[in-house]
Design a protein around this ligand. Structure first.
Ligand code: DON
Length: 240
């Protein structure tokens, strides 16, 4: 505690219901606790755990599809020798304990177990679709395990369902990742589709959150069509 003009006080967290519940859970009604055991909690890190994607196309036919991931808090505390570059921490993308789910509910096996010099699995799917040898569609998304299905649906919506990139971006999304054995849907998916899925024996669960946030560009008939996915804040299309 101290003057907030001089100290960074995490007021929002200190006054949150979550912190109150955590503190309450430590109270014992039948026995006094030693003050040595009464300690402040640990405030959450003041940073977003999000993965970010951007897509770029230019008139010369150059294309960039870039997804990069913080994966929870940034940094491993290790600087690569001689470079000054702080390495990130994506250890949760490994199967820490084969058979147990990671932070995105993905259940991996021995092949993705932690080992020196090994790269962890990643769902990141930066994508460039070529048509007649020329860039046609560039897309990608954050969203952990849902990235693959999200990107796949944008591509299928454009190619197989003949949608323009805006329709393809805003269409409701569905996701299945083997375990848990359920189809996750975004709120608002067509009720008939839900019924048909249930009739086939699927367990259909409506997600509390939207899925992914694709940033895409489609090149058609001499025009660039950009579509920013407003499922997450900060999305934008810029042309110049
Ligand atoms: O590489 C991966 O699959 C994860 N690090 C991605 C995490 C992620 O997308 C979090 N975003 N919202």
């Amino acid at each position: 505690m101290g003057d907030p003009d001089f100290n960074n006080i995490p007021i929002k967290w200190l006054t949150s219901e979550k912190y109150a519940k955590q503190t309450m859970a430590q109270i014992t009604m039948d026995k006094a606790r030693s003050s040595k055991d009464v300690n402040p909690g640990t405030p959450p890190l003041p940073e977003s755990p999000d993965t970010t994607h951007f897509s770029v196309m230019d008139k010369f036919g150059n294309v960039v599809s870039n997804t990069y991931s913080l994966n929870y808090s940034y940094g491993s505390g290790i600087v690569a020798k001689g470079t000054g570059i702080l390495l990130n921490n994506v250890m949760d993308d490994f199967s820490a304990k084969p058979g147990s789910p990671n932070g995105y509910g993905l259940v991996g096996g021995e092949a993705n177990a932690i080992a020196p010099k090994k790269r962890a699995l990643s769902s990141m799917t930066p994508t460039i679709v070529m048509k007649d040898g020329k860039p046609f569609l560039v897309t990608g998304s954050p969203g952990g395990s849902r990235i693959i299905t999200t990107v796949m649906q944008v591509v299928l919506n454009v190619i197989d369902h003949d949608m323009n990139i805006a329709e393809a971006t805003h269409a409701k999304r569905v996701h299945h990742q083997w375990l848990p054995d359920q189809i996750l849907i975004e709120p608002g998916l067509n009720k008939d589709t839900i019924q048909l899925l249930k009739a086939k024996g699927h367990k259909v669960v409506t997600s509390k959150n939207s899925m992914g946030s694709t940033q895409s560009i489609m090149y058609k008939d001499g025009y660039f069509y950009g579509s920013a996915d407003t499922r997450r804040p900060g999305a934008a299309v810029i042309g110049f």
